[in-house]
Design a protein around this ligand. Structure first.
Ligand SMILES: [Zn+2]
Length: 270
């Protein structure tokens, strides 16, 4: 898979197999869920795994803006570029379409949707504020020692990525950020809340909005506060730290919409 494979590994850092950005229990569970929920009966195991890799690679490229919003992708071209057969690519794209990450164009492949609109961004933020502080509160009550260790490991990996000043490191940071939030939700023990948050694809949308290393740098300290409160088994502090992180993150990205107001740089609402 040559060039693609090395790109894939760059984005995913030190992991090599399966859905590498989602290390730990959360990742494995999602992995399993994905395969049982989504793969059709015609797909063999190897093809399912390949489809996972294609999905994750495309996701990473989407986040790091290696694939630009509104650009077109075709199964043929991807099969050629990635050196894999059409089946796993078709499966990965079907799944991405279901997740709202690509749009199918009849007889012409797929399109990467435009960036998130301001109104959808605000709606997403509102849902996060309803669910994530509550999830962090529960995580402080319920997280296992392994889950806390998993969160700590994710933050350590993210700290390493903050040093890397590149779009790829930025995209990889976004994937870890998503995995961290997913692990907090998983540790809270409410499957429905976790699924609802997962469907928002928050980090894909946010990290596609801009490339700004301040975003990763500032998020680090906020994540540390969430982890410290969960590890200290302090539900109030965990809820507060998560709320604060989401509000501050919201401010960082909202600036973009403010700046773009009146220009065509970003969609201003829908
Ligand atoms: Zn975060």
């Amino acid at each position: 898979m040559g060039q693609w494979s090395s790109r894939c590994q760059q984005v995913h850092g030190n992991s090599k197999k399966g859905t590498p950005e989602l290390d730990g229990e959360a990742g494995r569970e999602r992995d399993r869920a994905r395969r049982t929920d989504v793969d059709g009966p015609t797909l063999g195991k190897a093809s399912g795994r390949l489809a996972d890799e294609v999905y994750d690679t495309l996701l990473a490229q989407l986040m790091s803006l290696r694939i630009e919003p509104r650009s077109r992708i075709t199964i043929d071209a991807l099969a050629r570029d990635l050196g894999v057969s059409q089946t796993p690519i078709r499966d990965a794209l079907n799944r991405m379409e279901a997740d709202g990450l690509v749009v199918r164009i009849p007889h012409a492949g797929y399109r990467i949707p435009p960036q998130i609109t301001r109104s959808r961004f605000e709606d997403m933020l509102e849902v996060r504020l309803l669910l994530e502080p509550a999830a962090a509160r529960r995580a402080a009550e319920r997280a296992s020692a392994e889950q806390v260790a998993g969160m700590r490991q994710m933050l350590e990996e993210m700290a390493g990525l903050v040093e890397g000043d590149s779009h790829l490191a930025y995209g990889a940071f976004g994937l870890r950020d998503a995995a961290f939030h997913d692990l907090v939700a998983h540790s809270a023990g409410n499957r429905v809340v976790r699924e609802a948050l997962g469907r928002l694809h928050t980090h894909v949308h946010l990290f596609r909005l801009l490339y700004d290393t301040q975003v990763t740098y500032l998020a680090m300290g906020e994540h540390e506060e969430v982890l410290a409160a969960v590890a200290a088994r302090d539900p109030d502090a965990a809820a507060y730290a998560m709320r604060r992180h989401i509000l501050l993150s919201g401010d960082r990205f909202r600036r973009l919409f403010d700046e773009a107001e009146g220009t065509d740089d970003l969609p201003s609402g829908a």
